[in-house]
Ligand binder design. Structure first.
Ligand SMILES: [Zn+2]
Length: 342
């Protein structure tokens, strides 16, 4: 089968469009004919090499997959050949205490398609049958691929971790990213007031189109602007994933009793923290990683109702995976870059 694989850790040049063997499925698996696979910042980390991760090459990246069921194992009952599905991006053991509690993203064996196991940048992907979920509403394959990872991550951050409530103020960092564009919509659908940030005026305009009440540049001392927009109070929740470049100002944007929730650090891992500020303002700092499968069902329900919309920046053929990585690396996108698998 055709696949866009990583042949070594490195820059975009290590991506090659080539032939690799089709995956063999077990009794509880499905084989999905991939039609679309969306990129995430994670793909850049996987390509560059993550600490502690020794890759075997060629490796197929890609965590966000939509396609059709091509085959299923002997024990599978939830799908038929030809069903249009998207894949829950996280794979867990299904047996441990965390999995049993429905917290599969806390499982010690939790992994994502395209990281320790092969992903969706190929004609076919092997997946546990429990990860195959019908595509909601009338979403196209390209739109469906743009949903799972970022909307699930944003949902778990806002509700699972930060416990966002309807009347609260939330600051969504990096509106042009996949998680940012998802968070704006989810927070608005909940009834929260959203201030979004980005790095260009063009992206701020798009953030407002997505429903942000206010949109500001996250350069310099943006906390001052956040305080002005909230009558000197600050926001209840900061939705972080930018990291080092914005960390301190993000903390100073919080109201007393506010919560900062983060799922990433695309600009660097070091963040300064004034401990006095933390305890006198009774601030909470929350880490978040992915979300549970049950949270994905909640997200998809809102897609079915039309309350949430996928944000697709552009669709490129799988052969152009390298170009797609370069676009993401330069932060030129607004929303998801999707690869179409012919
Ligand atoms: Zn488990």
């Amino acid at each position: 089968m055709k696949a866009a694989v990583i042949t070594a850790h490195g820059g975009p040049e290590v991506l090659k469009y080539t032939d690799i063997p089709e995956p063999q499925i077990g009794p509880n698996d499905v084989l999905v004919r991939v039609r679309a696979c969306a990129l995430n910042h994670l793909d850049l980390w996987v390509r560059g090499g993550l600490p502690g991760m020794t890759g075997t090459f060629p490796h197929v990246p890609g965590s966000d997959v939509a396609g059709e069921i091509a085959k299923f194992g002997a024990s599978v009952t939830n799908v038929r050949v030809g069903d249009k599905v998207l894949l829950a991006p996280g794979v867990s053991c299904g047996q441990c205490e965390q999995c049993a509690a429905g917290r599969d993203n806390f499982c010690k064996d939790y992994t994502l398609f395209g990281t320790r196991i092969h992903g969706g940048c190929a004609e076919f992907i092997k997946s546990p049958a429990v990860n195959a979920i019908p595509i909601p509403g009338d979403l196209s394959f390209e739109q469906a691929a743009a949903v799972p990872l970022v909307f699930l991550t944003a949902w778990h951050m806002l509700f699972g971790r930060a416990q966002l409530r309807p009347a609260e103020h939330v600051l969504v960092m990096g509106a042009g990213s996949g998680v940012g564009s998802a968070a704006i919509q989810i927070a608005k659908a909940t009834g929260a007031r959203v201030i979004a940030t980005a790095t260009s005026e063009a992206k701020l305009a798009k953030a407002r189109e997505l429903g942000a009440d206010d949109a500001i540049l996250h350069t310099g001392e943006f906390a001052r602007e956040v305080k002005q927009l909230t009558g000197g109070r600050g926001v209840d929740v900061v939705f972080e994933h930018v990291g080092q470049a914005t960390w301190e100002q993000s903390i100073y944007s919080l109201a007393t009793g506010g919560r900062l929730v983060t799922c990433g650090a695309t600009t660097g891992m070091e963040g300064k923290l004034n401990i006095g500020y933390l305890f006198t303002r009774q601030i909470s700092i929350l880490g978040s990683f992915m979300g549970s499968k049950s949270e994905l069902f909640a997200v998809l329900e809102l897609f079915k109702r039309g309350s949430l919309k996928p944000v697709v920046d552009c669709v490129l053929p799988l052969e152009h995976a390298r170009e797609a990585h370069e676009r993401l690396e330069k932060r030129q996108q607004f929303g998801k870059i999707v690869l179409r698998v012919p």
